[in-house]
Write a protein that binds this ligand. Structure first.
Ligand code: ADP
Length: 252
């Protein structure tokens, strides 16, 4: 479904050129959950923006469903660290925003939006404004907004990093449920090794300067997984330890 073929991206600024990513080869199969970890500045966000079509590669190509990515697509949704809800619109109207942007009939999607909010335990809040909700609830609204367009690909850039530990754990569990239900291909960028091991089928470790694929680890632990229940599993502890070692060693 997602294919990166020798993808490089550089940025020029006044001090010269930064090679953010170099010769990245990566595939994510339909319905696969891939986590990308690496130190700050190793090119994780750039990688996601390339897949989202928000940024063109300097060389190489990005394909989704066999077609080159030339810009944002309706079947690819992106979730950021901050929910970025429009403060003057109700929760329901925020969820329906992509429907308006893509010029789809609002009436047909209203019921689906209510169902998504219900799935996230937020239906009672559909008339509220974003500032009346907690950070975790706002991020759930943003997740509903990503799902309203029924994406085949869901890209997430540190979506839980602004939330407290328990809310992160709750949202991680919901995300696994959504992934199973929607069968979307997910690419998650995260700082958290625990989150990567909990959620992903494969974890891609990037090394910095320039950002390159250092290793790809398979996480063959049955789903659904929970840090609470599974933290003691020796295979999970071993994978987490291995990832820690890899990240410590990839100081560039
Ligand atoms: P990460 O998400 O892993 O923290 P980024 O993808 O944000 O890393 O950045 C990778 C590198 O590319 C960094 O050195 C960063 O400074 C540089 N970079 C990213 N975006 C730009 C930009 N728009 N202009 C200049 N340099 C950039």
């Amino acid at each position: 479904m997602i294919q990166l073929r020798s993808v490089s991206r550089e940025f020029s600024n006044r001090r010269g050129t930064v090679q953010a990513l170099l010769a990245i080869d990566l595939d994510a199969a339909d319905g696969e959950f891939v986590a990308v970890v690496g130190r700050s500045g190793c090119g994780k966000s750039t990688l996601l923006r390339l897949i989202a079509g928000l940024l063109p590669p300097s060389s190489g190509e990005v394909l989704i469903g066999g077609l080159p990515v030339t810009g944002p697509r309706r079947d690819v949704a992106m979730l950021f660290q901050r929910p970025a809800l429009l403060p003057w619109r109700s929760v329901l109207d925020n969820v329906l925003l992509p429907v308006e942007i893509f010029g789809l009939p609002r009436s047909e999607h209203r019921e689906q939006a209510r169902q998504l909010l219900a799935m996230m335990g937020l239906d009672a809040f559909h008339r509220r404004l974003p500032h009346e909700l907690s950070g975790g609830m706002q991020q759930r609204v943003a997740l509903c907004r990503s799902l309203i367009q029924r994406p085949k690909v869901l890209l997430m850039d540190e979506p839980f990093s602004a939330l407290d530990a328990l809310t992160r754990e709750e949202l991680s569990i919901e995300l696994q449920r959504i992934h199973l239900e929607y069968a979307a291909t997910v690419v998650l960028v995260t700082h958290s090794i625990d989150e990567a091991v909990l959620l992903a089928d494969r974890v891609v470790v990037l090394s910095p300067s320039p950002g390159q694929v250092r290793t790809v680890l398979d996480i063959g632990i049955p789903r659904p997984r929970s840090l609470g229940h599974d933290a003691h599993r020796p295979d999970l502890a071993r994978l987490s330890a291995e990832l820690h070692e890899l990240l410590l060693a990839s100081s560039g």
